[in-house]
Design a protein around this ligand. Structure first.
Ligand code: DWN
Ligand code: SAH
Ligand code: ZN
Length: 408
């Protein structure tokens, strides 16, 4: 893997700071009878000193990741469902105040957020290229267009529906290397005072928790307030608000408006100051992160091998996209994990990408509790711990690997 690449934001030089080697597509759960060759790409992460953006060194073509077989359904978590209901209520009360408001969502997935907007009778459109999840959203009364959002599709929306008051994107903008096209599209689509609100995993949390599995094919960028403020400026926008969210292991919600149209909140300045003080992307911080990744990976494999040698039953909990990075980077396969359980029907009966651990339904877990469960869906720990008290009562123990390897 090369040591440098060209920055997607400023065309400066991106320098690699961590390399996870060859990786499969994180959401390409394999049919056991599939004999075609599995697709791999080089997963390494770099930092651009020109604009401070953290990004992957290599982009996977978008059609390989987002298509009719995309298996991630956002409504699979109770906590996330309630998060998106609250979000819909806020978007409506803050931005749907005009005569005939129009709300657009990028990456609307199974309609988890827009179903509340549809129910409120507000004009809306979900942009969602993955047919599998778009279909579920439609069945909930959500209006969806099955396409990638970019400048060309933004212009088509504008022509058909007129300008949008707010465009929202959760866990989607960081999936898009072609930000120039998306921000140009937003420049066309939004009303003059319109805003782009988006939330994505926060690099500040990745550094703090060494949560290295936030890096995988779909997560092209890991943003900070500093890098987003710079990116916005470059494309005629400014960062006017920022808010910390507890979702997905720590995220930031950013609000962009056209330059000069809205006054930035105090929170923006405070966040930028805090990031500068923490030195989030300093060479020392990036080096320390890479060291922790290796150390935690080694410890995790060591723990799993020890348990196997003691004849313990160990399984994985949650066939997350993130876990592709952990399992493949650490070389954890069916010799160390009996199965990974997951509530998503589309993932069950398949094998985890690259590492080929069977994915089974949640029933398998409760029918005969294992001795240990590796919490791959660590970002949903509170929700999962609250409902899996039976596992603990049966003497089961959880293996965590974020922020460090712990058995509890
Ligand atoms: O950014 C992304 C996020 C929003 O979703 C996408 N690129 C892809 C996906 O990433 P992920 O797969 O890492 O997301 P989650 O939400 O951590 O995935 C949780 C997985 O665990 C799902 O497959 C559902 C499953 N699950 C379960 O089996 N039991 C989840 C919960 C809460 C449970 O109780
Ligand atoms: N917003 C949901 C889904 C996140 S998964 C949530 O937070 O849970 C990312 C989603 O973005 C996928 O459903 C994928 O199909 C979609 N996506 C990827 N590129 C996109 C683009 N250019 N425009 C719109 N959606 C896109
Ligand atoms: Zn740059």
């Amino acid at each position: 893997m090369t040591e440098t690449s060209t920055c997607r934001i400023c065309e400066g030089t991106v320098r690699r700071f961590v390399d996870f080697g060859e990786q499969p597509l994180s959401d390409a759960f394999r049919d056991p009878s599939d004999e075609t060759e599995e697709f791999f790409y080089g997963l390494a992460v770099g930092h651009c000193s020109g604009c401070d953006m953290v990004q992957l060194m290599e982009a996977v073509p978008r059609e390989r990741m987002f298509h009719e077989g995309y298996p991630y359904y956002s409504s699979g978590s109770t906590v996330m469902r309630s998060h998106f209901q609250t979000t819909a209520a806020r978007l409506i009360s803050e931005y749907a105040t005009g005569e005939d408001p129009f709300i657009v969502e990028l990456g609307s997935n199974d309609g988890v957020m827009l179903e509340s907007v549809a129910r409120a009778g507000i004009r809306h459109l979900g942009m969602e290229p993955s047919a599998s999840v778009a279909e579920v959203a439609r069945s909930k009364g959500v209006r969806v267009r099955e396409a990638f959002f970019e400048k060309a599709t933004a212009l088509e929306i504008l022509e058909q529906d007129g300008p949008a008051d707010v465009v929202y994107a959760a866990n989607t903008f960081c999936h898009i290397p072609y930000v120039d096209s998306v921000l140009a599209g937003l420049g066309e689509l939004l009303v003059p005072e319109g805003v782009f609100v988006f939330e994505d995993p926060y690099f500040g949390d990745v550094i703090e928790k060494a949560s290295f599995d936030q890096f995988y094919d779909e997560h092209f960028f890991l943003f900070t307030a500093t890098s987003v403020a710079g990116m916005a400026r470059r494309f005629g926008f400014s960062l006017v608000d920022v808010e910390r969210l507890p979702t997905h292991g720590g995220e930031l919600r950013y609000t962009l408006a056209r330059e000069g149209r809205r006054t930035p909140t105090l929170r923006v300045a405070r966040m930028l100051q805090e990031e500068a003080r923490r030195g989030l992307t300093s060479p020392a911080a990036l080096r320390a992160f890479a060291d922790r990744v290796r150390a935690n990976g080694d410890r995790l494999v060591g723990e799993l091998r020890a348990l196997r040698d003691q004849g313990k039953r160990v399984v994985g909990y949650g066939a997350t996209a993130k876990s592709a990075t952990v399992l493949n980077f650490c070389g954890i396969g069916p010799d160390l994990l009996e199965y990974v359980c997951d509530t998503t029907p589309d993932k069950q009966g398949r094998l985890t990408p690259g590492s080929h651990v069977p994915v089974v339904g949640h029933d398998r877990f409760t029918e005969a509790y294992p001795d240990y469960a590796l919490l791959l869906a660590w970002n949903h720990a509170d929700e999962i711990m609250a409902k899996e008290t039976g596992f603990r009562d049966a003497g089961g123990r959880w293996i965590h690997y974020v922020p460090e390897v712990r058995v509890v």
